[in-house]
Design a protein around this ligand. Structure first.
Ligand SMILES: Cc1cc2nc3c(=O)[nH]c(=O)nc-3n(C[C@H](O)[C@H](O)[C@H](O)COP(=O)(O)O)c2cc1C
Length: 204
């Protein structure tokens, strides 16, 4: 990839979108995605610096396996119902280059609940928020490499089979799935609610 095609983090912030038309011809070496995932784990904040987030980065056949599991589980759930819409969506994810799985380690949350009983009910909420920060950091960082992504939630339907397929520890809870790949088609137009209705600035 030429240097010119790299975008700054600030541009990526503005240009990140949900990209559903993804391909498996990454504009960067797969290792660049792994490097990003490592940086996301290192530098994304977490409540009480718990570092409770866990990432699994799937490429190629392992990525295909994930979407095969999702299809199988979803077909079972739908039964005799129309599966064509779901099939089209799942084939779209399968066509991507890989998927990042976002987990939270429940053991970390449990340990914090025991240590800080006053906040016991808050830690599961903060774990979800911590995961969301990792998801957003990953999504935006991918955009700096011109790699498109979207965010999916086939959990808890797929949890058990995915854990078996990828040897996921029992204490890891699946929160989200992020298929990524080259951008085959850009995202459609997005509508924006006026910012001044969603923000107050005081004391300027
Ligand atoms: C917390 C959260 C959950 C989401 N869950 C899904 C999902 O399950 N499936 C999906 O296709 N998109 C999902 N999205 C994507 C949103 O629909 C999308 O971000 C939103 O419509 C704005 O579009 P943009 O991402 O192109 O800016 C989710 C986004 C967020 C922030």
């Amino acid at each position: 990839m030429s240097k010119e095609s790299l975008v700054t983090l600030q541009q990526a912030f503005d240009e990140r979108r949900s990209i559903y038309a993804l391909g498996n011809e990454l504009p960067v070496a797969p290792q660049a995605i792994v490097n990003i995932a490592e940086r996301v784990l290192l530098h994304t904040p977490s409540s009480f610096n718990s570092q409770s987030s866990r990432l699994v980065v799937l490429f190629g056949a392992e990525h295909q396996k994930l979407w095969d599991i999702a299809e199988e589980k979803l077909r079972q759930a739908v039964g005799d119902g129309d599966f064509s819409g779901s099939k089209q969506k799942l084939d779209g994810f399968r066509a991507a280059a890989g998927t990042v799985l976002f987990y939270e380690d429940k053991n970390v949350t449990k340990s914090l609940q025991q240590q800080f009983a006053l906040y016991a009910d808050k830690f599961p909420v903060w774990a979800q928020q911590t995961s969301a920060m990792h998801q957003y950091a990953m999504w935006t960082e991918l955009r700096t490499l011109n790699v498109g992504a979207n965010l999916q939630h086939y959990n808890p339907l797929v949890d058990e089979d995915v854990a078996k397929a990828f040897s996921i520890p029992d204490s890891w809870e699946l929160v989200a799935q992020m298929p990524f790949g080259n951008i085959v088609e850009p995202a459609g137009k997005k509508t924006y609610q006026p910012v001044n209705e969603r923000m107050k600035v005081l004391g300027l």
